[in-house]
Each structure stands twice: as C-alpha cells, then as structure tokens.
Write a protein that binds this ligand. Sequence first.
Ligand code: SF4
Length: 381
Amino acid sequence: MQTLEIKPVEYEHPQDGASCVAHAWARTPATPTADQRTALKARIKQLLVEREAVLVAHYYVDADLQDLAEETGGCVSDSLEMARFGRDHAARTLIVAGVRFMGETAKILSPEKRILMPDLDATCSLDLGCPVDEFTAFCDQHPDRTVVVYANTSAAVKARADWMVTSSIGLDIVKHLHAQGKKILWAPDKHLGGYIQKETGADMLLWQGSCLVHDEFKGVELDLLKEQYPDAKVLVHPESPANVVALADVVGSTTQIINAAVEMDADTFIVATDNGILHKMQAAAPGKKFIVAPTAGNSATCKSCAHCPWMAMNGLQNLADLLENMDTVTSNEIFVDAEIGQQAVVAINRMLDFAAAKKAKVQPGPDLGQEAQLFSGIGPA
Ligand code: SF4
C-alpha cells in the first residue's frame, strides 16, 4: 500500500469580476527509496510492453516518469504535443502523466483510444477557477465577443469556445482576430491574457483566473537576483505576473523556454516556471546553470514551492498500480461526453489549422525579435 500525503491548496476563483481564495487539495505519493525506484521502473517498462500502452508525460511531472516516457518510446512535452503525439501513435491505450485537462484533450483528439491517468484528481487552478456554468454565463453576457480559451480548461469550457490556444500561438491567433476587427473574450489566465493584450493591442475582456505556481513568482526579488547574476538570461512563462514578464529576456511556453536554454549564448539562466522543467533543461543543455526564479518561499500549503501540487500526484507507484490493474480499472479512465468532445474539437482544430497554415512557425512579439529563431514550435503549458 503506498503512502499518500494530502496537501491543502489555495487558488484564485474569479467571482463577479473580482476573485476570492478557494480551497482544494492534492494527494502526493511518498518518494520511493532507491531500491523501490529501480524495481518500479523495471516493472513499468515491462507492463507498458505487455499492455501495449504508451506513456506521454508533461515536463512538470516527476523526473523518473519523464525518463520512463522517453526510454519506452513515449514522449515528454507540453500538453498540446502530448495530445498530438498520442493521437498519431499506433497504441490504443495512452497513459497520460500530467493533469486532468491534458487527459481530456488527448481524449478529444483521440476519442477511439483509451486514455488513463495515474490519478484523475490531478487538476489545475486555471481549470478549477473556470467552471463551465459560470463561464457560460459570462460568455452569454458578451455575445459580440469571440471566445478564446487557453488549453488549461475543461472539455466543457473548450466546447463553449470559438478557439482554443496555447501560450505560444495565442499571441498570433489574437493578433489575427484583432486584425479582423474582432473583440475577444479571453479565459481563464489573467496574466497570459494581459500579456497578449499588451502585445497585440486587442480589445480583450479577461477572465480573472491564475496558475497558482506562476502567480507566486516575485518581480522585486527577481530584480535583486538579476543583480547577483548580471550575465544570467531570464526565461519566463507568460502565466507569470506582468512585473516578472517585464524582466524576461525570453517569454515563452515550456518548449520555447527549453529551446532558449539550448540555443542562447549564456551559461546561466533564471527560470520562472514550474521547477519540474529543470530536469529536461539540464539534459538538453548540460553544463549550463539553472536557477528557479524567486517566490515567496515554501509554505505549508505548497503555494510557493514553484512546483505544481497536482503534477506531483503522478508517481512511480500509482503508475505501476494503474498498469497492473488496467484491465479492470475504471476510476483512472478519462471519459468525455461525445457531444462535448465534438464541440470542443472544433476550437482545438481551429488552432491546429491556423498553426499548419503558418507551417507551425510562431512569430514572437516585437520585444522578442532577436530571439525569432527560437519560436519554431507551439505548446501550451
Ligand atoms: S502548473 Fe499551473 S497551469 Fe500548470 S497544471 Fe499546475 S496549476 Fe495548472
């Protein structure tokens, strides 16, 4: 029986134009011993073959799961690439190590496949903070606006949207809609929405959600850290607050941040995103130094530990248990209502078609011109 720790989690829940603090929880598996790790990894490799399943993992999950995904022919990436990889892979069963909306997006793009997750209660503060009934009422109040939602939303919210976007291509899609004279209703991330609004000048009405990890990065402390490391480049995910984004050398999605670390001519980087990404960054750019951008510090609620408590719900033990029992288990399987899936896929495919029309070349904002070569992929969280 594995040991599990329940952590309280606080997040912002937008309400009536303002926001309140809401409460959730995350269930974190205990860290296995070295011997347990070795045994579990070997067992998972064997089970993936026996079950003819493929593991797709997000950059923010446990490093062992990322390694396992790569070593077994799966993938480690952002949520959109996870879904695209799963859709195009021959396996009939996808094991998604990430959070729930990623499993749902995989199911929407591959409705004929079985999508399983180590823990279906792994969620996201952006998803939690944008319930479909409240969001639908908001949209209904603004029928003149084109509804653009971020990938970090439920299937039902995507079904209510005209477009789904990721953090890198969102800028280009809003720019495109703005050029057509469209007014935008944006949800759920206020920081990413504010960043895109500033860069494009579009008329955007913003839902006031936030990512509880990125919301904790601190601009003043980051400025002080830059003084300590004057040669360091600052890489920031645009879910971070505006005063943190303002200090960035590169603003980009997870994939773009990793590419920047590889390609930029610098030895030291300060990174403002979930610290799970450091595993991939260190592997992709060995010899370079990575420093997590300052937060308010660790706390009892894990609010400021720069690591998503829900991503941390994916562990070796619950992955092995899932694979052992997957013939009978139903509590770990993602289901999306067929009608909602058919509506949601329209918003997702609009983005995919837009990206394909641009040959997936995402242009950076004007302040990022010198880093244009880095922006050659798309990816959400
Ligand atoms: S890191 Fe933030 S945006 Fe990503 S899943 Fe966790 S809460 Fe959601």
